[in-house]
Design a protein around this ligand. Structure first.
Ligand SMILES: NC(=O)c1ccc[n+]([C@@H]2O[C@H](COP(=O)([O-])OP(=O)(O)OC[C@H]3O[C@@H](n4cnc5c(N)ncnc54)[C@H](OP(=O)(O)O)[C@@H]3O)[C@@H](O)[C@H]2O)c1
Length: 367
């Protein structure tokens, strides 16, 4: 099949090209750029030399000739392209936030500074976190061309870490706290001072504290998973690495699900608490047993971005604090793969009824 990528010169676009080159059903790639039309992609990304030789075309030209289109554009610019893809009857997989909020235009416009350009497009769109919405994606895709709102990178890591705990009713009152650190590619290819090498290397810096655009997306996901409104505290950090997102999620346990007797804050975890942690880990493992890209780690292991580099895996480790009252779940993803291009490809596989793992089978890189 012929696949179009709009925004092919950005980081997520370039990662999509890399992954699609290993997808057995992907034939011709039509790569689109607004600012580099007429140039060759391998002159911008030398890793693609001898693998793909494509002259960048306009987004309209890519849509006109493709069987499926990915858009890796900033939020707020892609709706006309989505409309054009629908008109042609082909799926549109959007990596921006434009289709992540369904009918909740008020929340989208409050955080992204614009109303929807064409609210009616949401009739055809679905939030593309496969572990949460696989059936809905399949259902919409079976009815006609679908628009996927591919999830944000932080929301993917935080949501997968929280889903079993929330869906199984383990959470009690109180906010869920998400501390997460992202590699520098999370900011995209556009230059900005905080992302200059001397500014971000050898430093770990929180940013947009209490005000990051991913707050409403994470909060909405967690509330859906819990079946009730969930209060979220989210602090993102910029980490001195190219790829990866590590999220540490703190879920206050409901009294009934906490281990018996509790524990003093000053003592190491009791046998009962360690056993309860194991039970919750088992619950997570059972919850995700059929998911091809979620790996719940064995007891004693801790998720790290080292284990998922360049892969579509989300690694999860499950812990309890020493008092047994807080569930601590650590998740690790590669922001460019499960956090962006890999998840988008997973969604394409679901739409077309392919094995979900096609094009995503390479083992993680060790370093
Ligand atoms: N980086 C990540 O880890 C990550 C993770 C999840 C989701 N995302 C989302 O994926 C999208 C792309 O992210 P990215 O990191 O690849 O960003 P990026 O590196 O900045 O690339 C975005 C590309 O969009 C095109 N573009 C920029 N402004 C445009 C405009 N006004 N109209 C049309 N095209 C425009 C540019 O390509 P041309 O000028 O060549 O067209 C640019 O290369 C964003 O919405 C981002 O939030 C990124």
């Amino acid at each position: 099949m012929t696949i179009g990528i709009i925004g092919a010169t950005g980081y997520a676009g370039a990662e999509l090209i890399r992954l699609l080159l290993g997808h057995p059903e992907a034939g011709t790639l039509i790569l689109a750029s607004s600012s580099h039309a007429g140039e060759r992609i391998e002159d911008i990304y030398p890793n693609l030399r001898c693998r793909v030789s494509a002259v960048l075309v306009s987004p309209e030209a890519a849509i006109a000739k493709s069987d499926c289109v990915f858009a890796a554009l900033p939020s707020g610019v892609g709706e006309p392209y989505a409309g054009a893809a629908l008109k042609r009857g082909i799926p549109y997989i959007d990596l921006s936030a434009d289709f992540r909020f369904d009918d909740d235009e008020g929340v989208y416009s409050a955080w992204y500074g614009k109303p929807y350009a064409d609210p009616g497009l949401r009739e055809h769109s679905v939030y593309g976190l496969p572990e949460l919405n696989r059936r809905r994606i399949q259902e919409l895709a079976s009815k006609g061309p679908v628009i996927i709102g591919n999830p944000g990178c932080y929301p993917t890591g935080a949501s997968l870490a929280s889903y079993p705990g929330l869906a199984k009713g383990l959470a009690g009152e109180g906010a869920i706290i998400v501390d997460a650190a992202s590699g520098v590619t999370g900011g995209g290819r556009e230059l900005s001072r905080a992302f200059h090498f001397p500014e971000c290397s050898e430093a770990l810096s929180p940013y947009k504290v209490g005000a990051h655009r991913h707050i409403p997306e994470i909060s909405r996901n967690l509330s859906k998973m819990a079946g009730r409104p969930v209060r979220l505290v989210f602090t993102p950090h910029l980490a001195p690495m190219n790829r990866g997102i590590l999220s540490t999620v703190y879920i206050p346990l409901a009294a009934l699900t906490a281990p018996p007797g509790g524990n003093s804050t000053d003592l190491p975890p009791s046998k009962e608490i360690l056993q309860r942690a194991d039970e919750i880990r088992e619950l997570y493992a059972a919850f995700y047993q059929d998911e091809p890209f979620v790996r719940v780690l064995p007891s004693g292991a801790t998720a790290s971005t080292r284990g998922v580099r360049q892969s579509n895996y989300c690694d999860i480790s499950v812990h309890l604090d020493q008092t047994g009252s807080t569930l601590i779940v650590v998740s690790a993803i590669d922001n460019m793969v499960k956090g962006a291009a890999g998840q988008a490809l997973q969604n394409m596989n679901i739409i077309f009824g392919f094995d979900e793992r096609l094009g995503l089978g390479a083992a993680p890189a060790a370093f």
